[in-house]
Write a protein that binds this ligand. Structure first.
Ligand code: ADP
Ligand code: F6P
Length: 318
């Protein structure tokens, strides 16, 4: 009987639970023994393993966060940490490991693969910063959370005729800012991938108020600067009343969107198919609405690029 462990690692994201549910349900249907690892690689090194049954994945489809819990572990980056994890997996006779996490988690999975563990990756991060997949788990839900938050900001900013500078997550990737910016119809977007002309932004904001706008929204990706610093610049170069908001971890919570639930259900199903074929060392994703997979090496040598066409659409709509 195949024995398959699952863990969630790095920053959590909405839809991780749904992914685990799909992996466990499909695995059990295939007659596999399913094992949960608590707190990512930290639990792998501590042998924090438990058997997963059908009832363990009931009532989790619609919950944000991860019931397996997640962690960042510096110790796992060392050779000793990885050898400890492997000896724990071997002692429990676990041959297969599914890692749901971001780029760092994939690096760890690739190391384990090098040392003989059959590993798989699912792109669990709100940042949408993984190459060779159009989406990552939680990204869509986060766009909805940010879009809602901007709606709230508009109410109060209009009452006071203010500019709101809102900072969103994404690490070095501007996708959350760009896509939530488009869905919210903001006035300016600052992302690390493209250089913004601040003078043009000041002018646009001032013209807007002169023409009767009651408020403006400027979206900043955390990789492009801080809301506080951008708000200060706007205050310095215009006479506009400006406030900074850092949305923070609110973006990582909430019930997963229908898209994230379906996306993760499909990937969970597919990973069990790959395990059945003994095809290992790969990470899954979605390209052109198909669930696809690539080796970790292919993913590490590819580069995530922000969609230039989307950026152009924003510029034309602004
Ligand atoms: P994410 O997976 O969301 O990118 P991190 O970058 O924090 O989040 O990575 C999650 C965990 O993966 C880290 O805490 C560490 O245990 C492991 N990890 C990250 N980078 C490496 C690496 N180069 N080699 C081995 N393990 C790594
Ligand atoms: O990678 C996901 C992410 O939410 C990033 O967008 C952000 O920079 C980081 O994690 C925050 O990390 P932490 O939860 O450790 O504060």
């Amino acid at each position: 009987m195949k024995k398959v462990a699952v863990l969630t690692s790095g920053g959590d994201s909405q839809g991780m639970n749904s992914a685990v549910r799909s992996i466990v349900k499909t695995g059990l249907q295939n007659g596999f023994e399913m094992i949960g690892v608590k707190s990512g690689y930290k639990g792998l090194m501590k042998k924090d393993f438990f058997k997963l049954e059908l009832e363990d994945v009931g009532d989790i489809l619609y919950r944000g966060g991860t019931f397996l819990q997640s962690a960042r572990s510096e110790a796992f980056k060392t050779k000793e940490g990885q050898l400890k994890a492997i000896s724990n997996l071997n002692a429990a006779a676990i041959e297969y490991l599914v890692v749901i996490g971001g780029d760092g988690s994939y690096r760890g999975a690739a190391e384990l693969k090098q040392r003989g563990i059959k590993t798989y990756g699912l792109p669990g991060t709100i940042d949408n910063d993984i190459p060779l997949t159009d989406y990552t788990i939680g990204f869509d839900t986060t766009l909805n959370v940010v879009t809602d938050a901007i709606g709230n900001l508009r109410d109060t900013m209009s009452s006071h005729e203010r500019v709101s500078v809102i900072e969103v997550m994404g690490r070095n990737c501007g996708d959350i800012a760009l896509q939530a910016g488009i869905s919210s119809g903001v006035d300016a977007i600052l992302i690390p991938e493209f250089k913004s002309d601040m003078k043009q932004i000041y002018k646009k904001l001032m013209d807007g108020f002169e023409q009767g706008k009651t408020h403006s929204i400027v979206m900043v990706a955390e990789g492009a600067g801080s809301a506080e610093a951008i708000a200060e610049l706007i205050k310095e170069h215009t006479d506009l009343d400006t406030r900074a908001t850092v949305l923070g971890h609110i973006q990582r919570g909430g019930t997963p969107s229908a898209f994230d639930r379906i996306f993760t259900s499909r990937m969970g199903h597919k990973v069990i198919d790959l395990i059945n074929q003994d095809l290992t060392g790969v990470a899954l994703g979605m390209e052109n609405n198909e669930i696809t997979y690539h080796t970790f090496e292919e993913i590490f040598s590819a580069k995530k690029v922000v969609d230039k066409k989307l950026y152009k659409i924003f510029e034309d709509l602004v």
